[in-house]
Each structure stands twice: as structure tokens, then as C-alpha cells.
Design a protein around this ligand. Sequence first.
Ligand code: SF4
Ligand code: SF4
Length: 196
Amino acid sequence: MRSPGSTGSPSSSWSRSRGGLLATPPESVEKILKEADPEASCASWALRFAASHEGVFVVLSGMNAMEQMADNISFMADFKPLDEGEMETIRKAQETLRSIPIIPCTSCNYCAKVCPMDIGISGSFVALNYYTLYHNMAMSLGRQGWLVDGHGKKRAGECIKCGACEQVCPQHIHIRDELEKVAATLQGEAKGNLRK
Ligand code: SF4
Ligand code: SF4
């Protein structure tokens, strides 16, 4: 979309917005973006941010509806990089996003290779992160059902706390503690015993 930078090689940027996190951000982040420009979609902020970096010549965007394609074309056909004011809005949104205590799991699944119980670790974390971000229990239970149960994995509550997973996690996540939170929050809800 832009000319390659004068000093670097051309590069591509894939807006891997963590399962659509930037395109469908939590309410607190969406508020910042909408206050700055009520007309702009959240996805447009994410894609324009990715495309504004010097040297980026293509940004890939996952789309599954005609409206999304029309929206993308509306701001990419005559692309304008984010100006300083818009970059400040992005910085505020990033700060707010960083303040939300999600589990920094990248779903690399190194832990899955060593878990003797075949616990659905990354899927459990995705599910809990959805709850932390959107406070939507039905959506979080749906993620758990799909990413854990649907993949034949065991749920968080069946962890025997051997610690093998924590030895290989590149993110140094306290997996056992986080799985306890998953079990208390999501599996508690499943039994009609949601932790308050
Ligand atoms: S601590 Fe739990 S999740 Fe981690 S490897 Fe052991 S059984 Fe699996
Ligand atoms: S090793 Fe760590 S970052 Fe990778 S999937 Fe497991 S918990 Fe997530």
C-alpha cells in the first residue's frame, strides 16, 4: 500500500489482532476510538495503524462479510497514514488495552507437548481472556467448549499441578495458578457457581 522505506527492505504486515481483538476491542478501548472519530470502524484503526509503518507494502486483513470488505476499501483505496493526533489516539487505546489483565498466552502450545493430562491450556486461557475482556460468560463458555472440549482436551480443573508446562512456557506464565482461575471462573459458572 505504501512505498517501501528508503533504508529498509519492503515488508508485509499481517494484522493479527489476537482473534479480532483490535477489530472488536473491549468497551473501554472502543470508547477511545469512537470519541476520536465516531464514523471510523475499529477495524479501520487497526489496519491503518499497521499500514502506516514505514516500509510496509501490504497488510492482510481477514474478512468474512461484504460490509467488512466495503469498509476496508473505503479507507485503503485512497490510503492516508495516521497523523500525529490519530497516533496519540492509538497510544491511548494501547495503554488501556495493556491495563486489562489478560493472560499473555500466544497459543504456541509448547506446554501441550509436555502435559501428561492433556489439559487444554491455551484454549482455557483464550476462554478466560474473553471473559476478562468482554465480561460475556456465554461467549467465554463457548470458547472453552470449542477450543478445549471440542479439541478433545481436558478442562482446567483436571490439572494435577505437576508444573511441567511452566518449564517450557516462553511467556513464563504461572500456568497452574491461571488454570485455577479458569476452573473457578468458567467451570464454576458451568456448575452454577460463578466466582464473584
Ligand atoms: S501443571 Fe497441569 S497443565 Fe501443567 S503440565 Fe502439569 S497437569 Fe498439565
Ligand atoms: S507455552 Fe505458554 S504461551 Fe505457549 S501456549 Fe502454553 S501457556 Fe501459552
